[in-house]
Write a protein that binds this ligand. Structure first.
Ligand SMILES: Nc1ncnc2c1ncn2[C@@H]1O[C@H](COP(=O)(O)OP(=O)(O)OP(=O)(O)O)[C@@H](O)[C@H]1O
Ligand SMILES: [Mg+2]
Length: 303
């Protein structure tokens, strides 16, 4: 495990256990400045096939900036970004996609009023017949969408229903299955459970595990250490744009991860501030180093 406040990357790499496989995607001392704002600095991250890399951090920590570099929306301004061991610099998301890097954004690129199967093939529709009589191969698209969703363990009653009528969790799952079908090797999920309830979050976590089991390298961005710990193989906590913690699952427990996310010192400061507000009983709040997190009961089944 590596904890540091500077984000120097040598230490992180040295502590990574010997890998059987080369990383699909790797950042080495990568950073990004927007003019004078240093959003990200000295970040190391490796994404391996069949593993889930969780990126945690508070608001403004640099999580979105990090995935924007990998997904081709922004370019890094320092360090290196490698795909299959080769330094790259994407100028459009299309280039990332062509290398098998698919990103599922929180606002999901779906058309709510279109049927599930149409959304599954949006922009990559199957056609049949010779030109100029080429037309949509609806039957084959429906059949394929159905098969692919079932392969991921997603069973929907009716693929004709508008995707907007599915729950948030189901929509996430359809988009994940779509990325897998269209050949993603790396799946980036930006806070897929943020707007979901407990049960729906569980469903999405299940499909993250399914994508991992199919050999994809997954980057799972989340605020929630419990969700991260249920599926994660590696945890990277960002704070103010640098890597505060980088640890393999075997090196860190949920309790410690939660503590890093919460920021013990900040919690103490918050408690002090709340003490100034009438009506808040600060004795009820946890002490620093006293953050007991419940053990995730389903972690065995999903890792
Ligand atoms: N286009 C931009 N121009 C200038 N500053 C930016 C830009 N995008 C992000 N930043 C700054 O970079 C820092 C990191 O932002 P980022 O969006 O990566 O954080 P985040 O971890 O995704 O936060 P959140 O949890 O709120 O989504 C912030 O201080 C933010 O204000
Ligand atoms: Mg963000």
């Amino acid at each position: 495990m590596t904890t540091n406040g500077t984000g120097t990357h040598g230490a992180v790499l040295a502590d990574t256990p010997p890998e059987r496989d080369r990383p699909l995607v790797e950042l080495r001392g990568a950073g990004k400045s927007y003019g004078n704002i240093h959003a990200l600095h000295g970040v190391d991250l490796a994404v391996h096939p069949g593993r889930v890399t969780c990126v945690l951090g508070d608001n403004g920590a640099g999580k979105s900036t990090l995935i924007k570099i990998i997904s081709g929306l922004h370019q890094h301004t320092e360090g290196e970004f490698l795909v299959d061991g080769e330094p790259v610099r994407f100028t459009t998301p299309r280039e990332a996609l062509d290398r098998g890097i698919a990103t599922v954004y929180q606002d999901l690129a779906v058309v709510p009023l279109m049927p599930v199967w149409r959304n599954f093939f949006l922009g990559s529709e199957m056609t049949k017949g010779p030109w100029p009589f080429r037309r949509l191969d609806i039957a084959r698209m429906k059949k394929t969408a159905d098969e692919e969703l079932r392969n991921m363990g997603i069973v929907l009653d009716d693929l004709e229903q508008p995707i907007g009528t599915l729950s948030g969790g189901q929509r996430q799952c359809v988009v994940i299955a779509r990325a897998v079908y269209f050949g993603a090797r790396v799946l980036i999920l930006d806070e897929p459970t943020a707007a979901l309830g407990v049960k729906q979050s569980g469903v999405v976590l299940k499909y993250i595990a399914a994508a991992r089991d199919r050999g994809l390298g997954v980057i799972f961005i989340t605020h929630n250490p419990h969700h991260a710990y249920m599926v994660g193989d590696h945890f990277t906590v960002l704070r103010l744009g640098t890597v505060e913690l980088s640890a393999a699952r075997s090196e860190i427990g949920l309790e410690e991860l939660t503590h890093h996310m919460a920021g013990g010192a900040e919690l103490a400061a918050l408690k002090h501030e709340l003490a100034q507000v009438r009506g808040v009983d600060v004795d009820e709040l946890p002490e620093e180093g006293d953050l007991q997190a419940p053990v995730a009961s389903s972690s065995e089944g999903t890792s």
